[in-house]
Design a binder for this molecule. Sequence first.
Ligand code: PAD
Ligand code: ZN
Length: 376
Amino acid sequence: MATAGKVIRCRAAVAWAPSKPLSVEEVEVAPPKAGEVRIKIVATGICHTDDHGLRGSFPNVDFPVIPGHEGAGIVESIGEGVTSVKPGDKVIPLAIPRCGECSFCRNPDSNYCQKFHFSEPQNLLPDKTSRFSCKGKQIHHFMWISTFAEYTVVPEYAVAKIDAAAPLDKICLFGCGFSTGYGAAINTAKVKPGSTCAIFGLGGVGLSVVMGCKAAGASRIIAVDINSDKFSKAKELGATDCINPRDLRKPVQEVLTEMTGQGVDYSFEAIGLADTMIAALASCNMNTGVCVMIGELDSGLKISIDPMLLVTGRTWKGTIFGGWKSRECIPKLVSSYLEKKFNSDLLITHTLPFAEVNKGFELLRAGKSIRTVLLF
Ligand code: PAD
Ligand code: ZN
């Protein structure tokens, strides 16, 4: 491409300081160094984790920063030594990389990579420099992939090449929300046919859990949210019952236990609040119940539980990116989408031009959107 090896000037949404609206700026994006890939981002979703980052309540975020981690695009150029992708390839940048060399990557039972954000800050690329600048200032990367930029530079091991037929404005959700929720049910909980499930939080992630539970053959899928406007979509995607805790006279865990006799087989927390994490754990069967934590508490916050909840036999698990081994599994998940094995398009309630990124966040905070996709 004509731009290869050159600095590209393009639009990006910069967060100059915590808890301020994003500022759409012209930024400079340096060419990829050895082992890096420069991607033209075509579409990006807005995930609640971006909001945690914007508030400065996500670990290891340095300002100014270009957020965004749910994007899809086309390779513009590659650095020296890159072999797995070439210019023109359709790709999904991966918030959870897959270096393939660390002991976690080599473990067949794990999808965590020791180069991930929670182990090694990803606010600069692996050589500890940034490829972004604006008004003479260095801008930080977010989880290495910063998809709120028309062009972004990422390490090769944080890129998944996908089918050339994939519609980027739809499968951008596979960069985080859909894969996380769907995989939490399929891979992390391993939901069994005929089982009962409860999902706390019906945003893009929780509704993807609903889809995963349905695909796994659960017979009862109970959706829980304080915003009853989410219930029609939850039912469309497979929920059999919907509960608003604000309409109840008892704690939701008591109601779920009464509804199912002993508590559900699988519960999922897709909100990120201490109280709902404890309620989700208490809602699953005390003998063999499995509770999966997906939501992220603001950094620094802790929760405390009665250990008897676990002593009796419940299993409490967490999931990152739905347990998918990112580079290998995401292209396969995209192929399943193309084969119409599920319809993740139903999660997209709004599509906006990139310049309206702040409106996308307002819709998320007001509970009016499931997923907003921004188009460059
Ligand atoms: P979202 O804001 O779209 O959805 C959250 C939902 O929770 C909304 O429908 C709210 O109405 C609902 N809610 C809020 N408070 C309560 C409450 N007290 N009781 C019941 N429902 C409530 O967020 P999202 O779906 O984009 O993300 C959900 C969480 O998952 C968030 O914490 C995000 O950071 C986390 C996440 N984790 C991973 C991972 O890999 N573990 C990946 C992506 C997102
Ligand atoms: Zn996310």
